[in-house]
Ligand binder design. Structure first.
Ligand code: TYD
Ligand code: MG
Length: 449
């Protein structure tokens, strides 16, 4: 027997914190003015227990992945779409989410697989206009403008698609809650139901979610723990290339990257990220260093820029784009104390070119190099790649996958690689490139002259 009762609560639209009364500041996420009243009808009872399954009979669904037809998308997913999995695709408005899912839908349709696409953001006609631009045949693609989740799932039961696309999760609503579509309760409840449907029917689903720069919009962030895979578009909207990163993946490595270029005919895969991230480099400029980074499973050369200038502020500014700001402060303090670089009265800006966010420690040395180069107003040699972790004592520590990084430098025509001395033994024997091993930032200061 099922009972229905209505409950009211104030819910933080940023993090989902619930409170019986309105609060100005959320105790959960410390944001201001995020509480909204939401009523919900709670339907209890009615479902039956699911029997336990013997371990050997559990099917490994990741063995039967669906090829999305887009190499870079398969890569971030860990090798394709796992049946029954829920994939959250988040990003700022206008960054390319709908374009990417529509292209994937077309690729599946070409394989004869059915796709049911919930178009909540745009009308079916608008999607068709985009589709024409992308050269879509859409033979097995069905568009639904139904944003009521219950009715949409009825449709899904009829069509029995191989993939569901919900564009976007903020536009669907379930009848069991009174709160408006896009509120955090709705977004969570809809995602949870879609998850049950997906697991039960073994249909994978893409949930598209809008997210603002600071991640403040209700929804996507609150869904991260519910879904299997979280993909985010990274970087700037106005950039032509688009970076999709897996920040969570139950079916593959997290942190994997897919790189695309937005063209007049949709997203095209980028084969050589290094080439892309180095195209606009001004090699003779002071403050420019190239790091041999590993993002996901792939090496890529990326330009790190620094600008050190006399400060006009009482507290000097330290800004960073694509590199952790606290880490930058730490490296600057280290340079001040261990290398005698007088940075106290200077503003320091660091930027990773191309909108990429680099988080591995191996980037440290390139950041240090760019800062030193800008401070001295002296360019680094243009054909040098650097990598290495830098410690608080100014020591340069070994990093993983040194040979992979060196090979990428070689492939991109670089002549020398500055690396941690402790990485040298493994790296010797890579031909045609000069290896300069260093054990402290003082070695680097001396080498850079
Ligand atoms: P869109 O996928 O609609 O972004 P989102 O769903 O994340 O809001 O479109 C992103 C932008 O890309 C949009 O401004 C138009 C542009 N675009 C192209 O440049 N080429 C194309 O082929 C398409 C379809 C879109
Ligand atoms: Mg869209």
């Amino acid at each position: 027997m099922s009972r229905t009762k209505t409950r009211f609560a104030f819910v933080c639209q940023s993090c989902g914190f619930r409170s019986p009364k309105w609060l100005g500041r959320c105790p959960g996420c410390e944001e201001w003015n995020t509480f909204a009243e939401e009523s919900e009808r709670v339907i209890s009872g009615g479902s039956s227990a699911r029997p336990a399954v013997p371990y050997p009979e559990i099917e490994d669904l990741s063995l039967s992945r669906i090829d999305s037809g887009i190499g870079e998308l398969n890569r971030v997913l860990g090798g394709g779409i796992v049946p029954g999995s829920i994939i959250l695709l988040g990003g700022e408005p206008g960054i390319g989410k709908s374009t990417l899912v529509l292209q994937a839908a077309e690729e599946l349709s070409r394989q004869g697989l059915q796709v049911l696409y919930l178009a909540g953001e745009e009308s079916a006609q608008q999607i068709k206009i985009r589709g024409d631009r992308l050269g879509l045949a859409g033979k097995h693609l069905f568009l639904a403008s139904e944003t009521c989740l219950e009715r949409f799932l009825e449709e899904a039961q009829k069509i029995r698609p191989n993939l569901l696309v919900i564009d976007s999760i903020q536009t669907v609503y379930t009848e069991s809650l009174d709160s408006i579509a896009g509120s955090i309760s709705q977004v969570r409840e809809c995602a949870a139901r879609l998850l049950r449907f997906a697991k039960g029917e073994r249909v994978p689903a893409f949930l598209v979610g809008h997210i603002t720069k600071d991640g403040a919009l209700a929804g996507p962030k609150a869904l991260e723990h519910i879904v299997d895979t979280v993909l985010y578009f990274e970087g700037e909207r106005h950039q032509n290339h688009k970076i999709v990163r897996a920040v969570k993946n139950r079916f593959g490595p997290a942190n994997e990257l897919g790189i695309f270029e937005m063209t007049g005919q949709g997203l095209k895969e980028v084969d050589s990220p290094s080439q892309l991230f180095l195209t606009e480099r001004a090699p003779q400029a002071p403050g420019s260093a190239v790091v041999g980074a590993i993002e996901g499973s792939r090496p890529m050369l990326v330009e790190v820029q620094a600008l050190v200038s006399q400060s006009n502020y009482i507290t000097a500014r330290r800004e960073s784009n694509g590199f952790d700001r606290n880490r930058l402060s730490l490296l600057l303090a280290m340079l001040e104390r261990r290398a005698g670089l007088h940075l106290l009265g200077t503003d320091v800006y660091v930027n990773v070119a191309g909108g990429l966010a680099l988080s591995e420690p191996a980037v440290d040395l390139a950041v240090v190099a760019a800062v030193v180069s800008s401070f001295r107003n002296q360019p680094l040699s243009a054909k040098t790649v650097l990598f290495g972790e830098v410690g608080l004592a100014g020591e340069i520590r070994a990093v993983s996958l040194a040979v992979t990084r060196i090979r990428e430098a070689l492939a991109m025509g670089f002549k020398s690689v500055v690396l941690p001395a402790n990485n040298l033994p493994l790296a010797e024997g890579v031909p045609k490139v000069e290896l300069v091993g260093m054990s402290s930032v003082l070695d680097f200061m001396e080498w850079a002259g």
